[in-house]
Design a protein around this ligand. Structure first.
Ligand SMILES: Nc1nc2c(ncn2[C@@H]2O[C@H](COP(=O)(O)OP(=O)(O)OP(=O)(O)O)[C@@H](O)[C@H]2O)c(=O)[nH]1
Ligand SMILES: [Mg+2]
Length: 362
């Protein structure tokens, strides 16, 4: 039982206060009047059984889950703040002298490249105490690579999602041309779900016509269902998704189109390396989906550092599948591989450069 004493200048005033706080649940334990500095004071002591939660707050399982879901944004923000403070506390303890000079240089380099503190700290923990440990295998654990090649990715449907202007349509055309070149008999379909005002749809249709590929427009849920229905006619279907407007998330969008079910779909998120850090977080949230399978980095030729590639892989756990580094459709894209990826990060060498250097040398 909880006990509380209320005091006031009249018994009525004290009772009103008790009622306001405990309603009819309070039990009077004592009631007395005393003098204090010449004034009469009424003092009432009440006891209340441990208060029950109001009925509407009583926890059905659904209510608890709803509550938790509703408070996620606050909780998330709070957690981000806590993370920030923890980093500030931990960082001074990151004694780089515990590392071999090579390891230290690598971490300092990555930090200058824009790799975030929590990734650096994680790497530090892996390296400390073993001066002969190489950093690259640790980095490779953080950034998985899965080249976007037909022999590795068996899905029939590949959809490219991402912010406006990220390079989705260009990458689809490059992918389709590459597939056609490597396997001239492949039955390839290009599908545009981008019904916006942009000319992406027309460009895609144009390249499909030029290269003898099938083309489909996807404006409604029925269009998607029809495409799935005729999928046995194609070996590969590349779908160009629109940049999603504010307030729309990929998962909901795919469900509305009937593409979130068991269909054989891999979505790849197309990103550029020079967005602000907060934007990467927002994009990962917006495009989070069980169908999201990899990250494609475009416009690598326009960036001055590549820390974002490491941070985003760390944050999402998704493999990098494709690297694109030029606005043209030829010689501007390569399925990602570890060697190219880390040369890009550590030497700022685009995947083409090796070939060009070789050509120059010959
Ligand atoms: N420098 C450079 N430019 C690129 C690269 N990839 C695409 N671009 C250019 O980026 C611009 C936008 O490319 P799109 O493929 O239209 O991008 P999108 O994501 O389809 O754009 P929306 O459909 O408008 O959302 C075009 O001018 C492309 O030529 C790249 O790797 N490097
Ligand atoms: Mg487009």
């Amino acid at each position: 039982m909880r006990v509380k004493t209320f005091r006031g200048s009249s018994t009525a005033a004290v009772f009103a206060e008790i009622k306001a706080e405990f309603g009819d649940d309070a039990v009077i334990l004592s009631n007395k009047t005393c003098e204090e500095n010449g004034r009469r004071i009424h003092e009432i002591m009440v006891g209340v059984d441990k208060q029950e939660e109001p009925v509407q707050k009583r926890a059905t399982r659904d209510a608890v889950i709803d509550d938790a879901m509703n408070s996620i944004p606050d909780w998330n923000q709070e957690w981000n703040q806590i993370k920030g403070h923890m980093m500030a506390l931990l960082k001074p303890q990151m004694n780089l002298n515990l590392l071999a000079p090579r390891q230290r240089l690598a971490l300092e380099y990555l930090e200058r490249e824009g790799v975030e503190s929590r990734v650096i700290l994680d790497l530090f923990q892996q390296l400390r105490g073993n001066k002969s440990k190489a950093i690259l295998p640790e980095l490779e654990k953080i950034v998985p690579v899965r080249p976007l090649e037909s022999s590795i990715w068996k899905e029939k449907f590949h959809a490219l999602a991402g912010p406006h202007g990220a390079g989705k349509t260009s990458t689809i055309i490059r992918l389709a041309l590459k597939e056609k070149k490597e396997n001239p008999t492949a039955r390839i379909c290009l599908a545009s779900a981008d019904q916006g005002q942009g000319k992406g749809r027309l460009v895609l249709r144009h390249y499909a016509d030029l290269s003898g590929l099938d083309f489909r427009e996807l404006g409604t849920r029925e269009d998607f269902a029809r495409l799935i229905g005729e999928s046995q006619n194609f070996d590969k279907v590349f779908i160009d998704l629109p940049g999603l407007p504010n307030g729309t998330e990929l998962d909901g969008w795919l469900s509305a189109c009937g593409m979130n079910g068991p269909c054989d779909l891999a979505v790849h998120l197309v990103l550029n390396p020079y967005y602000a850090p907060a934007q990467y977080c927002a994009f990962l949230k917006k495009y989070s989906s069980a169908k999201l399978k990899s990250l494609i980095w475009t416009k690598l030729d326009e960036a001055c550092n590549y820390g974002a590639l490491v941070n985003t892989a760390y944050e999402s756990g998704l493999p990098v599948s494709l690297l694109s580094y030029g606005s043209g459709l030829r010689n501007s894209m390569k399925p990602a591989c570890e060697k190219d990826f880390w040369r890009l990060v550590f030497k700022h060498q685009l995947p083409t450069e090796e070939k060009n250097l070789l050509a120059k040398a010959v």
